[in-house]
Design a protein around this ligand. Structure first.
Ligand SMILES: [Zn+2]
Length: 476
């Protein structure tokens, strides 16, 4: 099942058409597959939201078409944070060159002119000064300004510099865009150059949306003014309880309170969902976001229980299950053996995720298992991931990991007939079938946050209820 079919199928056809993907026998697979798409999709949509001003509908249509093409062609793309429109000489350029930086262009500004330069591979600032006949002396003076200008020593290919050069060929201003929000400005004063870092602040506002499903979730989301990114965020929050590919019905309703990010008064991005309710087939699910003192956010029910399970059902986006848990004929050893895990066939290099929060207790080669990672999750549970092609950098023994964090990549190291992930799930040291075991819920709100959570929750729930009243009035 791909993202696009999920997007366009209505609830009826979902009931009529069996999903072509092999079902390993649990619903949450859909959501897991969707999660893959989300990474790509949200980058695309975040990027595209930059120009989502004039005609929202046609823009969304364009977004979806682009998305469809992207997914069809299976292109791996990296997109920058969206950037607002700025006056020409202040325009922010991305580092990947997706927004065409007009290289080496100049524009008049009084008696001076602006020169925009994109750093080429292997180039240092000194090369750029030389290439554009700027005085080495000026660069020398700038580098002497100290800590503020240290970033100039390690420029990267694709970085954008802007120079304001006066009639005498003297450098008046240098602007180095470090990120969409941060830039270094160097200005000529009477007694030399002065450097200053400029940071622009993102303003966060709270918004809400309500909707009712008539044809599809994405249609309803669009009608409610939600971006696809936000809809996917909502799908992620409720995805542990609701199978969004199969369970959605006409008449299902949702209400969400979410953040929007503004830069210079213009919306640039959707932020987090703060509270959400989804009524699926008459049953209401509510989720509230809470951020703890370590700045870690998660979603909880109004009672403070986690919306998540403690473990992902599947730690990899796989093509098929190539071997199940239990007795089987071992293809390499050519005899009957107990298969202590599940094998997921997947493309070499497919990311493998930690199935739950925990601590890496082993990382290395382990006989027939090849490159292996073992994670301990509290006192009772541990998970094992084998046959990796390589480990994720920094994922070493002793390292704490969060659910969904990448720990390594699919391969066929050790004794394996093809690229796959061999995944084991142990409870109190005993191997259990990861496909069928009842997964425990993730930890509820911690004791020390209970009062704080109760306050946040009641405020958010009051808001949700208020919007729900409006919703009821609207659909009566
Ligand atoms: Zn196996």
């Amino acid at each position: 099942m791909n993202y696009n079919s999920f997007l366009n199928r209505d609830y009826k056809s979902l009931l009529d058409t069996p999903d072509p993907v092999q079902h390993p026998g649990f619903g949450s697979i859909h959501v897991l597959i969707l999660i893959v798409a989300i990474g790509v999709i949200s980058s695309i949509l975040i990027f595209m939201s930059a120009d989502a001003s004039a005609n929202k509908n046609s823009n969304q249509q364009a977004n979806l078409t682009a998305l469809e093409t992207t997914l069809k062609e299976n292109v791996q793309i990296t997109l920058p944070l969206s950037v607002p429109q700025l006056p020409e000489h202040e325009q922010v350029f991305d580092k990947t060159g997706d927004i065409p930086a007009r290289e080496n262009t100049s524009s008049e500004d009084g008696n001076a002119h602006w020169l925009t330069v994109k750093v080429k591979s292997g180039e240092a600032l000194a090369h750029i000064f030389k290439r554009h006949h700027l005085k080495p002396r000026e660069l020398h003076d700038i580098m002497r300004l100290g800590k503020t200008t240290a970033s100039l020593k390690k420029v990267r290919p694709g970085d954008i510099f802007k120079f304001k050069i006066d009639e005498q060929g003297q450098l008046q201003t240098l602007v180095y865009q470090l990120s969409p929000l941060k830039s270094l400005h160097i200005q000529r004063q009477q007694d030399g150059f002065v450097a200053a870092m400029q940071t622009r602040n993102i303003e966060t506002r709270t918004s809400y949306a309500i909707g009712q499903i008539n044809s599809s979730l994405f249609e309803a989301g669009k009608d409610a003014g939600l971006s696809d990114t936000l809809i996917m965020k909502m799908v992620n929050i409720f995805g542990w309880d609701i199978d969004f590919a199969l369970d959605i019905r006409k008449g299902d309703q949702f209400a969400i309170i979410y953040e929007e990010q503004f830069l210079d008064g213009k919306k640039i991005n959707d932020g987090a969902i703060l509270a959400a309710e989804f009524i699926n087939q008459g049953r209401s699910y509510r989720a509230l976001r809470f951020t703890d003192a370590n700045n870690h956010s998660d979603y909880y029910t109004p009672e403070g229980l986690s919306m998540r399970k403690a473990f992902l059902r599947t730690p990899v986006d796989f093509r098929r299950i190539s071997s199940r848990f239990g007795k089987r004929h071992h293809p390499v050893l050519n005899k009957m053996r107990l298969h202590k895990g599940v094998d997921y066939a997947a493309k070499p290099g497919t990311p493998i995720k930690a199935s739950g929060d925990g601590k890496i207790i082993f990382r290395g080669r382990k006989g027939g298992y090849g490159r292996t990672v073992i994670i301990q999750h509290g006192g009772r549970y541990s998970t094992l991931y084998a046959h990796m092609s390589r480990f994720k950098k920094g994922m070493v023994a002793g390292k704490r990991v969060r659910q969904g964090q990448i720990i390594g990549y699919v391969g066929q190291s050790g004794r394996a007939t093809g690229p796959h992930l061999h995944y084991e799930f142990r409870v109190n040291g005993v191997h259990r079938n990861p496909l069928t075991i009842r997964l425990p819920n993730a930890a509820p709100i911690k004791k020390q946050y209970k009062d704080n959570f109760a306050r946040t929750a009641s405020a958010l729930l009051a808001q949700l209820d208020m919007h729900k009243q409006a919703q009821l009035a609207m659909y009566q």
